[in-house]
Design a protein around this ligand. Structure first.
Ligand code: ATP
Ligand code: FE
Length: 371
């Protein structure tokens, strides 16, 4: 099998061609980070236009680099949710156009399932059941992956996701956002003292596996105010004293945010092993999982609790087309796909988009609701 994967759920336009053997034939990502830095966040209409501008080029480049023609493909996989519907639509329309023209089946993909399952491309020994922590811009999920399409949610955030907290902290600290806030905080934190600002670890008193980052964000904002840090002054122009207090806040924020992850993961492993004692692996994926500090700390917790960590390389943790193509392969293999759409499909065809789509909710059930 050879599958083309298309991803446009948020601010990256991505496509990739992957073989069922796990061979990645190509991977192309076009980021809107520049645009986001200029306007300070994702505006759906703007993001949609940016996707529409590059989608043809991104897909063509993925096919060319893979040295594959549309007719060589077994199917087209495309993210149908969760995400911004205006953005999802761009990818889905493109996928349907190719599938309609070349008579190819379509596999509709859940973005968070794709973040999780790409770990099975990386680690071929990774069999169900296994545990997953998904940490990204919009999600903070602890999952027991029981089988393909069957996911038990052990914990989620009650407010923001950790990636959101990284992004806001970066913005308030006046960091260069041209490549998203997470990497900027990770880098600055290396200069700082992680013990210098005493932030409280969230939800200590809640003995569950849920997350909360809104309170930590507030603590960070107050610390920034108390140090008179002015986000209008970019870090590159800050005095050395100012720079070191920004670095201390970044390091202290990161330490506590990740401590919160560690505590929840440890409890979740206990829960999961009671349900499924055969679990061997713990997957960490999503954009924040590309952070070296996060990876190292979670590796310790996972090991201490007798499991093995699987964390995809950074380029497969942030949004990418490979994870979509690979998840397409997983579903296609078990016969879960849609027949080719009509070649002369009208512009106003109702698309299968699932902007809100809890992970684990049956794909078929979701589809009938969307229609
Ligand atoms: P979701 O997957 O929830 O729909 P998304 O697709 O926008 O959200 P991803 O691309 O999966 O998010 O991840 C982006 C997030 O990861 C951003 O919040 C970004 O700051 C964060 N991130 C990326 N690299 C790092 C890093 N090195 N350290 C911390 N956070 C990071
Ligand atoms: Fe994502």
């Amino acid at each position: 099998l050879v599958i083309l994967g298309i991803e446009t759920s948020c601010d990256d336009t991505a496509a990739a061609v992957v073989r069922s053997s796990g061979e990645i034939l190509s991977q192309v990502v076009s980021s809107q980070a520049d645009l986001l830095a200029r306007y300070g966040g994702v505006a759906p209409k703007m993001a949609e236009e940016a996707h529409a501008q590059v989608i043809d080029r991104v897909v063509q480049e993925a096919l060319d680099k893979a040295n594959v023609k549309e007719l060589d493909l077994s199917a087209v996989a495309v993210t149908i949710g969760p995400g911004l519907s205006l953005c999802l639509r761009v990818g889905v329309q493109k996928a349907r156009k190719i599938a309609g023209t070349f008579n190819l089946p379509i596999v509709g993909i859940h973005h968070m399932e794709a973040h999780a399952l790409v770990a099975r491309l990386i680690e071929r020994e990774l069999q169900f059941p296994f545990m997953v922590l998904l940490i990204s811009g919009g999600h903070n999920l602890l999952i027991l992956a029981c089988n393909l399409g069957q996911y038990l949610q052990l914990g989620t955030t009650i407010d923001d996701a950790i990636g959101e907290a990284y992004d806001k902290t970066a913005k308030w600290l006046g960091l260069d956002l041209r490549r998203s806030g997470g990497p900027a905080i990770e880098e600055l934190a290396r200069e700082g003292d992680p013990e210098s600002v005493k932030f409280a670890v969230p939800m200590k008193q809640h003995k569950d596996c849920n997350f909360s980052f809104a309170g930590l964000k507030t603590q960070v904002r107050l610390a920034i105010e108390s140090k008179n840090i002015n986000a209008e002054i970019p870090i590159s122009s800050a005095s050395s004293e100012d720079r070191s207090s920004r670095a201390n806040i970044a390091a202290s924020f990161q330490r506590v945010a990740v401590l919160h992850l560690e505590e929840r993961c440890e409890r979740a492993i206990g829960w999961a092993l009671e349900i499924e004692p055969s679990i061997k692996y713990f997957v960490v994926s999503g954009g924040v999982a590309s952070n070296q500090y996060v990876r190292a700390r979670l590796n310790q917790v996972v090991k201490k609790n007798g499991l093995e960590l699987v964390c995809p390389p950074p380029s497969l943790c942030t949004d990418n087309g490979v994870m979509v193509a690979w998840t397409g392969i997983e579903h296609f293999r078990v016969g879960r796909f849609d027949p080719p759409p009509p070649a002369d499909e009208a512009e106003d065809t109702i698309l299968d988009l699932r902007p809100r789509w809890p992970l684990g909710e049956e794909y078929e059930k979701g589809k009938s609701e969307a229609r």
